[in-house]
Ligand binder design. Sequence first.
Ligand SMILES: CC(C)(COP(=O)(O)OP(=O)(O)OC[C@H]1O[C@@H](n2cnc3c(N)ncnc32)[C@H](O)[C@@H]1OP(=O)(O)O)[C@@H](O)C(=O)NCCC(=O)NCCSC(=O)C[C@H](O)C(=O)O
Ligand SMILES: [Mg+2]
Length: 286
Amino acid sequence: MSFQPRRSVLYMPGSNARALEKAKSLDADVLILDLEDAVAPGQKDVAREQVLAAVTAGGYGKRELVVRVNGFDTPWGRKDIECFAKAPIQALCLPKVESAAEVLAVTQVLQQAGAPKDLALWTMAETPRGILAIDEIAGAHPRMAAIVLGTSDLAKDLRVPHTPTRLGLLSSLGLCVLAARAHGLDVLDGVHLDLEDDAGLELACQQGVELGFDGKTLIHPRQIPAANSAFSPTEAAIARAQKVSAAWEQAQSEGKGVVLVDGKLVEALHVEEALRVLAIADAMKA
Ligand SMILES: CC(C)(COP(=O)(O)OP(=O)(O)OC[C@H]1O[C@@H](n2cnc3c(N)ncnc32)[C@H](O)[C@@H]1OP(=O)(O)O)[C@@H](O)C(=O)NCCC(=O)NCCSC(=O)C[C@H](O)C(=O)O
Ligand SMILES: [Mg+2]
């Protein structure tokens, strides 16, 4: 089972040349080079050129590079998509997506621009309509690889406060995890805006793990360690996964379909979970 680590997904404004350079030395699993909301309208063309130059020059190691383009309905969206269709990146991230039709429109532009088949699409879930349509969006096209929560925009549109429990967002968070799993996609939690609030960041990371997210989007390098730690399997989880895998092999050789490991029932589904933990642990080592 191969595993693509997406524990820590760091945004940076494509207009910030220093951040684009700094990112090369940071241990975020994924980088989102932003052309959308972190870039002022007057900086859009500069940001696009700067990001294209940066990814073309390389130096980012083997982690995933994702470019968040402007919305298709903006003056910059189509040009962004055409500009990065054949760039050395792994995915385009589409903001404020509200229908499968929007995803398909982008795939049409990518096809016309000669984009390679393995250029993936990530979509932001960050408006009420986008949340209500998340099932059709997740299943819109084979290029779909991940859903990213945009909890800043979503909290604004829902008129809910940013609180430690994220109570006003929980139904949206849960729906996106359901849609991602139903369509075999990864799903990434939203950002934590208070850079000084380390305890709140840790709580939000733990909540994201318990809600089923694969990782967390971040806005500052200081947030990377908390996300990498929270979304990596613990030593205890790895040890149990190894025990489950070994016990299952033994049980299978004896023609058994269930086995007890440390007093807990293990069936095929638990072995699937254990193999995923071991795949994640191997990827972390690599
Ligand atoms: C918030 C910031 C503007 C703060 O930047 P700065 O003042 O430079 O911070 P520091 O001095 O503490 O920086 C320390 C060093 O780290 C580098 N740095 C800072 N931020 C980043 C980053 N994001 N990526 C890479 N490197 C970064 C600085 O250059 C310093 O390094 P050095 O020069 O060597 O000293 C800034 O953090 C920032 O711009 N963050 C990202 C903001 C962003 O991208 N927002 C859009 C995504 S959030 C969003 O909207 C999600 C979604 O759409 C939603 O709706 O929720
Ligand atoms: Mg947003």
